[in-house]
Design a protein around this ligand. Structure first.
Ligand code: TRP
Length: 373
């Protein structure tokens, strides 16, 4: 039977079976024992408790190193192809928790080159987007002293020597097997994975010692890091560890929030009115009439409004369970839930937008190797 979903770094479609995906990619479940272990460092983030960050590679190895006093460097990234939406922020919020909990340095890679190569965008477009997206990243409160932003086309002098070493170890047939390239693929795309691998090893170069690396990100990025991990031992770099999250859902009920569906996507710069309108149209697990819903209840499992609370906006497990229960009992109707979520998102965005303005004052200081934005 044909797959009903596709997950690659460039395409996420269909109804994703996350357990199956994990098996296909060969990543490891973030099991109870590991969650238990994480709880020793601080209160475990709701995204772990709720199985949003659900899979990993070698997390235990970086923790072993950490326990011996060897800090890891945190690494995640963003392909600047458009405005930031809530889905992009979910893994960043998690990264901020990791930085706070473990007090570690961080690289944030912005792959303007990737989006130029893979999309119909100019380098001017992707460069502008990198700046705008970086403001959102900084607004989440990453430590400006410890966090460096890498914009690929501006930092190539540092990335290229590392990327070259990586590229020399990856054959075309391996790249094809991992990413499914064809004869018509432009050669920049084929090389690109070496660029995304580079920040995972950059810590070792910059600090002049074996520097473990932890990469929390969407599971769609795993193909890159599989390739990256395979070449690490041959280059005498530590294999980076990864932590993977599920995709952030769209308001339409789709598995992934996507800019191609503007009305089902909440951008960080949206006005309260826009948010109200978008949430108002969200896909829910409600019934077609009030009477029916009062009698039979709704289904929070499929409801986008509930998913938003689950992923990001209701941190209290008890309140979340109450919400689900009331929905199933027919005690609350969709309109009420939508109003509640609109309010929470707007409170979040109001604060975020203020911090996003303040980010303009520190963005220069966070440029890796002092590049000019
Ligand atoms: N390829 C990623 C994207 O399109 C951007 C990226 C670069 C990234 N380095 C990363 C994402 C490391 C996660 C982790 O969004």
């Amino acid at each position: 039977m044909a797959d009903e979903f596709t997950v690659t770094p460039w395409e996420v479609t269909g109804d994703i079976d996350y357990d199956l995906l994990q098996k296909k990619f060969g990543t490891t479940p973030l099991d109870d024992a590991l969650v238990q272990r994480l709880s020793k460092y601080g209160e475990v983030h709701p995204m772990i408790r709720r199985g949003i960050f659900y899979s990993h590679r070698d997390l235990n190895v970086v923790l072993d190193q950490y326990d011996k006093g060897n800090k890891f460097i945190l690494y995640t990234g963003r392909g600047p192809s458009g405005n930031t939406h809530l889905g992009h922020m979910m893994p960043w919020i998690f990264n901020k928790w990791v930085q706070d909990t473990f007090d570690v340095p961080m690289y944030f890679q912005m792959t303007d080159d990737e989006k130029f190569l893979f999309k119909d965008l100019t380098l001017h477009d992707t460069g502008n987007m990198a700046y705008e997206n970086a403001l959102d990243f900084i607004a989440l409160g990453f430590d400006p002293e410890k966090t460096k932003i890498i914009v690929d086309t501006k930092c190539m002098h540092k990335l290229y020597p590392v990327a070259l070493k990586v590229a020399k170890k990856i054959t075309f047939s391996t790249a094809k097997a991992i990413f499914g390239f064809e004869n018509s693929t432009n050669i920049g795309q084929i090389f690109f994975t070496a660029i995304q691998a580079a920040p995972a090893f950059l810590g070792t170069e910059e600090y002049g010692k074996q520097m473990p690396c932890l990469i929390p990100c969407g599971i769609d990025q795993d193909p890159h890091f599989r390739a990256c991990r395979d070449v690490a031992p041959g280059l005498n770099y530590p294999k980076p560890a990864t932590m993977y999250c599920k995709m952030f859902p769209g308001l339409s009920g789709a598995d992934k929030m996507s800019s191609s569906d503007e009305n089902a996507t909440i951008y960080t710069t949206d006005t309260p009115k826009a948010v109200k309108k978008k949430v108002g149209r969200a896909f829910t697990g409600g019934k077609s009439t009030v009477e029916e819903q009062r009698a039979e209840g709704g289904n929070p499992e499929v409801c986008a409004v509930f998913k938003y609370n689950y992923c990001m906006f209701e941190k209290d497990d008890k309140k979340l369970e109450e919400m689900a229960q009331k929905c199933r009992n027919g005690e609350i109707l969709c309109g009420e839930c939508k109003m509640c979520l609109t309010e929470k998102i707007n409170v979040f965005l109001e604060e975020h937008q203020a911090k996003r303005e303040e980010a303009k004052d520190v963005i220069d200081s966070m440029a890796f190797d002092g590049f000019k934005w």
